[in-house]
Design a protein around this ligand. Structure first.
Ligand SMILES: [Ca+2]
Length: 421
C-alpha cells in the first residue's frame, strides 16, 4: 500500500498559520500605507491587490491540489467509500471532535473504510479550532496515525486516532455540484463529495477562499475523480522464449522475432457535446515490414484484430480516429485523430507498472478507471504482461485543460506473442 502523501500530514499541514510580524516590518508597513493614503494611491493599491491576488491564487492552487492528492491516495488504498455519511449508524463512537479538539459545526463529508482499520477514516468540515487556522471552514482528517514508511500504526485502536487539520480557508458560499443520477452527495459548497452506487468511485470538489486587499474575497475551485483500488490483480504470466524480443518505444511496438499480434478495442466514450450523439471511433493499425506499411482497421468495443504471422522486425503504431460522420449537428464531418508514434498529448501508451492518469470523464461518461479496472492494482498502476501495451486516446478536444479532455475516447490493448520455437 502506498500512502506516501499521508506521511506529510505528520509534519506538514496545508494552509497557513498566522505568524507574527517584527516591529520594523510593521513600521515599514504603516509608512507605506500612509504614503498610499496620502497620495490618494488607489491605482497603486489596485496594482498591489492584483499582484497579491495572483500570488494567492497560485498558492491556493498548490494547496488544494495537494489536498486532493491526499484524499486520492487514501481513497485508492481503501476498501470502500461510505455512501451516506449523514446516517447516524455510520458514525463511530470514538469520533468526538467537538470534545476532543473543541471544534464546532462538524459536518462529515468523506468516510473511507480501510481493510486494516475497524472504523472508517473521516474527512470533515468544521469551524477552525483556534486562531491558528483560518476560516470560514477547515477540512480535518480523523484516522490512524502513520509511521515513516507510510503505514498505519494504530489502525485497530480508533480511540487513539488523531484529528488533524488538512487545509484551511475553505469557502462556505456557493452552490454544491450536482451528482450523477443514483450517486450520493455529501458536504457543503467548499468541500463536496459524490459517491457512486457501488461505493467504489468518488468525485470530490473543493473550493478555497482567497483573501484580497481591496475587494473582500475570491475563490479557487478544484475537482477530481478517485477510485477505490484495494484489490488484488493477478499478473498475467508471460515468459519470453529464448531470443524473443519485444519493445515499445514512443508509441511504436517492434518485434524482434516472428510473432502473433492481437489488438483489441477495450472501449471508449465520446459524444458531440454534453448529452449529444455518440461519435463513432476506430483504430487504424499501421503494420510496417521493411519499407511497406499496411493499415488494418478495428472499430467498436470488443472488436479484435489478429495478425498471426507478423514477421520479425514488424513495427506497429496505432492511430485513434473519431469519425464525425453522424447525420447532423455541429460534429458532422468533423474528424480528429492521434497517432501513437506522434508526440501528441492526445495519446498515451501504458505498460506494466505505469500509473493510470487521473481524468474526470466528460459529462459523466464511463471513466478511464472503469475501462482499466480489471488491470489496475491498489496503487493505481496497470498490471500487464510484459508483451502488452494499452493505448488511451483523446479524440475530441485538443485543449488539455478542457473538461472534455478525458483521455478515454478510445482504449486499445495490444498483445504481442513471439512464435519462435
Ligand atoms: Ca470522452
Amino acid at each position: 500500500m502506498s500512502l506516501q502523501i499521508l506521511k506529510q500530514i505528520k509534519t506538514h499541514t496545508l494552509g497557513h498559520s498566522e505568524k507574527g510580524f517584527s516591529l520594523p516590518s510593521l513600521l515599514l508597513g504603516s509608512a507605506v500605507t500612509l504614503m498610499m493614503v496620502a497620495t490618494g494611491g488607489y491605482g497603486v493599491a489596485r496594482m498591489i491587490d492584483v499582484s497579491t491576488t495572483a500570488n494567492a491564487k497560485s498558492e491556493r492552487r498548490v494547496e488544494l491540489d495537494r489536498a486532493l492528492a491526499f484524499f486520492e491516495d487514501e481513497t485508492r488504498a481503501s476498501q470502500s467509500i461510505i455512501q451516506d455519511v449523514s446516517a447516524i449508524s455510520n458514525v463511530p463512537a470514538e469520533f468526538t471532535p467537538e470534545t476532543t479538539i473543541g471544534v464546532a459545526n462538524v459536518q462529515r463529508v468523506l468516510m473511507l473504510q480501510m481493510a486494516e482499520a475497524t472504523e472508517p477514516v473521516i474527512y470533515y468540515l468544521a469551524d477552525p479550532a483556534d486562531d491558528t487556522w483560518k476560516g470560514p471552514k477547515v477540512i480535518y482528517r480523523w484516522g490512524p496515525d502513520l509511521n515513516d514508511a507510510g503505514a498505519y500504526t494504530n489502525a485497530a485502536n480508533p480511540g487513539s486516532w488523531s484529528h488533524q487539520p488538512l487545509i484551511d480557508k475553505i469557502e462556505v458560499n456557493g452552490t454544491t455540484p450536482t451528482c450523477p443520477t443514483g450517486w450520493n452527495g455529501n458536504g457543503a459548497a467548499g468541500f463536496y463529495v459524490c459517491v457512486d452506487p457501488t461505493g467504489k468511485i468518488a468525485q470530490v470538489q473543493q473550493t478555497g477562499r482567497i483573501n484580497k486587499v481591496l475587494e473582500q474575497t475570491d475563490t479557487y475551485a478544484t475537482n477530481s475523480q478517485m477510485a477505490v483500488r484495494a484489490k488484488q490483480i493477478t499478473p498475467v504470466a508471460y515468459t519470453p522464449q529464448s531470443g524473443a524480443t519485444f519493445t515499445e518505444n514512443n508509441g511504436t511496438i517492434k518485434t524482434g522475432v516472428n510473432s502473433t499480434m492481437r489488438i483489441e478495442i477495450v472501449g471508449g466514450a465520446i459524444t458531440c457535446g454534453a448529452g449529444g450523439a455518440n461519435i463513432p471511433t476506430r483504430a487504424d493499425l499501421n503494420f510496417t515490414v521493411g519499407n511497406t506499411t499496411s493499415t488494418q482497421t478495428v472499430s467498436s468495443a470488443a472488436a479484435v484484430h489478429n495478425w498471426d504471422n507478423a514477421p520479425a522486425g514488424t513495427t506497429l503504431d496505432i492511430t485513434g480516429i473519431s469519425e464525425g460522420d453522424i447525420s447532423s449537428g455541429t460534429c458532422n464531418g468533423s474528424y480528429t485523430e492521434a497517432n501513437s508514434a506522434s508526440s501528441s498529448p492526445q495519446v498515451i501508451a501504458l505498460q506494466n507498472g505505469d500509473t493510470v492518469p487521473n481524468y474526470v470523464p466528460f459529462d459523466n461518461q464511463t471513466s478511464l478507471d472503469s475501462y482499466l479496472d480489471s488491470i489496475t492494482d491498489a496503487n493505481g498502476k496497470v498490471s500487464l504482461a510484459g508483451n502488452e501495451v494499452v493505448f488511451i486516446y483523446e479524440l475530441g478536444e485538443t485543449d488539455t485543460s478542457s473538461s472534455a479532455f478525458d483521455m478515454q475516447d478510445l482504449v486499445v490493448r495490444a498483445t504481442i506473442t513471439p512464435t519462435v520455437n
